[in-house]
Design a protein around this ligand. Structure first.
Ligand code: SF4
Ligand code: SF4
Length: 211
């Protein structure tokens, strides 16, 4: 999925999202920011390893065929809430109007409704799955899902960072003590909450978005 990449080998240093006022108001937002930061750091590290071997990241801004060809993108409850927050509170109103239309028209199985004019309209809050999906070598063809067509070119996320991202989400689900978290991680609690982005009833969400 398109991410803050350059076409040269200078993947930007990940930054934790900064919306201090919103985070003070919504504690759960900090959990999402922590999770995304962990994921982004892991992705940056993996990319660096590959680039050091001479591989070149194909993903770049404006490249988005993966957002259309992928039909079963997992999304977690905290991420859904984060997207709703981003669309209603942060997104520019002209963009929000367009996204609202796409959400309203979305039916199960359609491509991701947040893809707008060839770019991700929720880029800072895009789900973990989108953050993790990166391809080396050449840009995907229209309709190609590189995970199946050339798995060797798809970045493998670092498990410890992936786990750290899931762990960061646990307080949202009420797991706060080290023991509770350990237990929840052992049972893959967060992963079991995954839904499919394309199958969400986005029209329901759209109805609650003021433009
Ligand atoms: S190269 Fe493939 S995975 Fe990367 S942004 Fe383009 S279409 Fe998506
Ligand atoms: S949220 Fe949608 S538009 Fe954004 S990167 Fe993911 S699939 Fe693409």
């Amino acid at each position: 999925m398109p991410s803050p990449k350059t076409t040269k080998n200078a993947y930007p240093q990940p930054q934790r999202l900064q919306f201090p006022d919103a985070e003070a108001e919504h504690e759960w937002l900090g959990y999402a920011f922590d999770a995304y930061y962990q994921a982004d750091v892991g992705v940056a590290e993996s990319i660096k390893v590959e680039e050091d071997k001479g591989r070149k990241l194909a993903c770049a801004k404006g490249c988005s065929s993966c957002c259309k060809s992928h039909t079963t993108i997992p999304i977690f409850p905290l991420e859904l809430l984060g997207l709703y927050w981003y669309v209603t509170e942060i997104m520019a109103s002209d963009v929000r109007s367009k996204v609202k239309l796409q959400l309203t028209d979305h039916t199960s199985g359609d491509p991701c409704p947040f893809l707008l004019d060839g770019a991700c309209s929720v880029h800072p809050m895009r789900p973990l799955a989108c953050r993790h999906f990166n391809v080396f070598g050449r840009v995907c063809k229209e309709g190609e899902d590189a995970f199946y067509s050339r798995r060797e070119d798809v970045l493998t996320p670092i498990k410890s960072h992936q786990d750290a991202a899931y762990e960061a989400m646990l307080p949202f689900h009420g797991f706060t003590t080290p023991e509770q978290k350990q237990q929840a991680m052992k049972s893959s609690y967060v992963q079991k909450q995954a839904r499919v982005l394309q199958e969400i009833d986005w029209a329901h969400l759209a109805a609650r978005i003021n433009t």
